[in-house]
Write a protein that binds this ligand. Structure first.
Ligand code: ZN
Length: 320
């Protein structure tokens, strides 16, 4: 059966499979800065993505339901001399003290191939940022899609809507129904334009809106699943619309337009430099290599604390 185990003892014992893998690399821990331990920067705030996600969905602990810990589990969990178990969050690298489970469900923590490691470091940051952009694009998809459908619907029913529209205008302005609105600007003027513009123009406008909505929808899906093509598509579409946005802001500045412009510039810069599109800063290979730095068992081994020193004998029976 299971021997009583103390993490420090097991780590200090003869070679075990886990130890040969883990032991020799633990020394590198000195240079590792777990998320949240760096001093804050004054002008460039540091976002600890791991901590953000752990704050929302909790830590990623493994083996909290295990009866005992083995030497090879020292990368995940250790037990100190007092019997307190320290579990390592596989995402944010925090070590958390917990009592051993009262009703364990398994003998040992799961094997490595049974554990799905959470994203960390650059991979995690990219997933969060790309999904935020995907949500933004999904919002565009909904708004543009609804607008396109409305325009086409309006074009199809314009003749039946027209008398009602001018009746409402006349009532609002207290004038006579003349068939022409007197507004020169504002919402009424825009609506009036819709009624006086040609059907072909309306159909074109509706089609353009729907095509644009579809592109935004494709971007949203691709970015959500972090596809490289979606990054290129988003970059090309967003960058090509920036001149139009500048023109729009110059013509009539609104807070919303400026905000959208700032977001889109940030997206373009992020995709170009952080995601290294078009081979920039080493391109896709460098992007993957940087992602590998913090991901996987090797990264966990590299950043684990060193094994505890060999335990002092606790046995009082052996006095010879
Ligand atoms: Zn955590």
């Amino acid at each position: 059966m299971l021997a009583e185990y103390h993490g420090s003892e097991a780590v200090g014992q003869g070679p075990s499979p886990g130890q040969t893998v883990a032991g020799c690399r633990y020394g590198d821990a000195v240079t590792h800065e777990p998320p949240g331990t760096q001093p804050p920067r004054r002008f460039r705030p540091r976002l600890h993505w791991e901590l953000l996600l752990c704050g929302v969905s909790g830590h990623e602990l493994v083996g909290t339901d295990a009866t005992a810990l083995r030497g090879e589990d020292a990368i995940l969990a250790r037990e100190d001399a007092a019997g307190t178990r320290w579990y390592r969050c596989l995402r944010c690298d925090s070590w958390l003290p917990l009592s051993p489970p009262e009703h364990p469900l398994r003998e040992h923590p799961p094997e490595r191939d049974e554990i799905e490691l959470p994203l960390r470091g650059k991979r995690l940051r990219d997933q969060i940022v790309l999904r935020l952009i995907a949500i933004d694009r999904a919002f565009h998809f909904l708004v543009l899609g609804a607008l396109g459908a409305l325009v086409l619907l309006f074009a199809a029913n314009r003749s039946t809507l027209r008398p009602t529209f001018y009746k409402v205008i006349a009532d609002l302005q207290g004038g006579v129904v003349s068939g022409q609105s007197h507004s020169r600007h504002g919402l009424l003027h825009e609506l009036d334009n819709l009624f006086t513009t040609s059907s072909t123009h309306l159909h074109e406008l509706g089609a353009v809106l729907l095509v644009y909505a579809a592109i935004e929808g494709i971007e949203a899906v691709g970015l959500w699943y972090q596809r490289r093509w979606a990054e290129y598509l988003t970059f090309l579409v967003t960058a090509s619309l920036l001149p139009l946005e500048i023109y729009e802001i110059a013509t009539r500045t609104t807070v919303l337009k400026v905000l959208a412009f700032v977001i889109n510039v940030a997206v373009v810069i992020y995709l170009l430099f952080a995601k290294r599109l078009f081979g920039l800063r080493g391109g896709a290979a460098a992007d993957a290599a940087e992602g590998d730095l913090d991901q996987g068992w090797e990264a966990l081994e590299r950043t684990a604390p060193p094994p505890a020193p060999a335990p002092t004998p606790v046995s009082t029976t052996d006095t010879s």
